[in-house]
Design a protein. Structure first.
Length: 98
């Protein structure tokens, strides 16, 4: 499951629009797969690992502000089928991120 953190949401400010890919789209690690727009700025969102989009959080189409209140829970962006599990070792855990 891929999205943005509470920290990223707070840095962006109130999210007003989320652009997400289609199911079955494929991305390499670090590719931009969508974007978020806030009252402050627009920002690309990047795939942390390579994979194929299995599911998109359609709730964000109608209610992008959900990211403002639940960035790390209900406001996930996509569910990704990982194509190279070795890429997981390069990611930070929640404790290291904070």
């Amino acid at each position: 499951t891929v999205g943005i953190t509470d920290f990223a949401q707070a840095a962006l400010g109130d999210i007003v629009f989320v652009d997400l890919p289609e199911p079955d789209d494929e991305f390499e690690a670090k590719d931009s797969f969508g974007s978020v727009e806030s009252v402050k700025a627009a920002s690309d969102v990047y795939a942390p690992v390579s994979g194929k989009v299995l599911e998109v959080n359609e709730a964000l189409t109608d209610e992008p502000a959900l990211v403002n209140t639940s960035a790390e829970d209900e406001a996930w962006f996509i569910k990704l089928e990982i194509t190279d599990e070795s890429e997981l070792s390069g990611l930070m855990g929640a404790d290291a991120y904070k």
